[in-house]
Design a protein around this ligand. Structure first.
Ligand SMILES: [Zn+2]
Ligand SMILES: [Zn+2]
Length: 361
């Protein structure tokens, strides 16, 4: 028997946690600090991003309470299980809460988000695992260790907390399978849209960035957009035609859940172009489409959801090298006790709000 690693710091018996108790009901409670198994980590959370998918669950009650949400999590390892190799207490890390089995029917086809194991959440602060980042400590289960990334000394916990959303965007960019020099519309320049703009620009694409907020368009320019246009500009089509010698765009990414944009994007892309839905996560959200656009014009309609563990190292390099500098995206911080207010602001963004974080210190 190898003795367990000594604790890096004194771990209290109880901690603060924001518990989802029902629709729009987030409560600050005192809970026991999670216990860990031999192959697991205990992490003291430093920062956790507020994600639109959590907001949906809190506002619509799509999952059963009680749960502790928050999955864009970074913190310090305070304890490692006896069988853990490669991690030590004191290390600053970014967590990854979903890990595919890499063996099943879906995984062999690269559709990791559809893998049954992937749907299991492996980071928890208690109750049915749901990320747990809105609590002071989380337990990282053994199957999630491959996704844990160390944060370099010069980078902040907040930058670490951004690996998960960046991963989901890089996965979607790969799904588009574009060629260098292609012209791509990114509709919506919120935090996710801005990440698309930057990652596509880094891959050598010409990005047409649209939004209705001028402040976001200015940022899109900084993030590498080739041109910025107001989403309601009457000459949007004219401008994209001019930019592509009359061909139309090669692809369009919808980073905002506006249904009318699907038809608009289909009109703006060339034959055999692609429209990718990233923000349409609400079940039952239906609309009418002319299906010949897909069949005859061969304009693909794609979706992408969640992350790809295989991209995690590339994502860490992009964020920590600041080739994708996420710092301008981080606009608002709330203390853990005010997580409900953080979720409200994320659900109803202000003109100057982008990514919102919960800070535990
Ligand atoms: Zn998320
Ligand atoms: Zn699988």
């Amino acid at each position: 028997m190898i003795p367990p690693m000594p604790a890096f710091e004194k771990i209290p018996g109880e901690m603060r946690a924001i518990v989802y108790r029902g629709v729009n009901d987030l409560r600050l409670e005192t809970l026991p600090v999670p216990r860990i198994g031999a192959g697991e980590l205990l992490v003291r959370v430093a920062a956790c991003g507020v994600c639109p998918t959590d907001i949906k669950k809190i506002h619509h009650g799509t999952v059963a309470p009680p749960r502790i949400f928050g999955h864009e999590t970074a913190g310090t390892i305070v304890k490692t299980g006896a069988r853990v190799r490669g991690f030590r207490p004191g290390e600053r890390v970014a967590l990854h809460h979903h890990v595919p089995c890499r063996k099943c029917h879906c995984c062999r086809r690269g559709a990791f988000a559809q893998c049954p194991q992937y749907k299991r959440t492996g980071v928890t602060a208690g109750f049915e695992p749901a990320g747990g980042g809105y609590a002071d400590y989380v337990r990282v289960m053994n199957f999630c260790l491959p996704g844990v990334m160390k944060i370099p000394a010069r980078n902040s916990f907040e930058e670490g907390a951004m690996l998960e959303p960046v991963n989901t965007v890089l996965k979607a960019v790969n799904r588009l399978a574009l060629l260098r020099g292609d012209t791509v519309l990114v509709a919506g320049q919120g935090p996710i849209g801005l990440m698309f703009t930057r990652l596509l620009a880094l891959r050598g694409m010409k990005v047409v960035a649209t939004d209705l907020l001028d402040s976001r368009l200015t940022l899109a320019r900084q993030f590498g957009a080739h041109i910025i246009i107001r989403g309601d500009a009457p000459d949007l089509e004219e401008q994209t035609q001019r930019l592509t010698a009359g061909r139309g765009l090669d692809a369009a990414v919808l980073a905002t859940p506006v249904n009318a944009l699907v038809r608009q994007a289909q009109a703006l892309i060339r034959g055999a172009g692609k429209v990718l839905l990233f923000a349409h996560t609400k079940r039952g959200d239906a609309m009418e489409l002319d299906l010949s656009i897909i069949c005859v014009d061969e304009k693909d309609l794609l979706g992408s959801y969640s992350a790809d563990l295989g991209l995690q190292r590339e994502v860490a390099r992009l964020v920590f090298s600041r080739r994708l500098d996420v710092r301008p995206l981080l606009t608002h911080r709330f203390p853990l006790e005010q997580t409900a207010a953080a979720v409200e602001l994320a659900a109803h963004p202000a003109a100057d709000s982008l990514k919102i974080l919960v800070q535990h210190a």
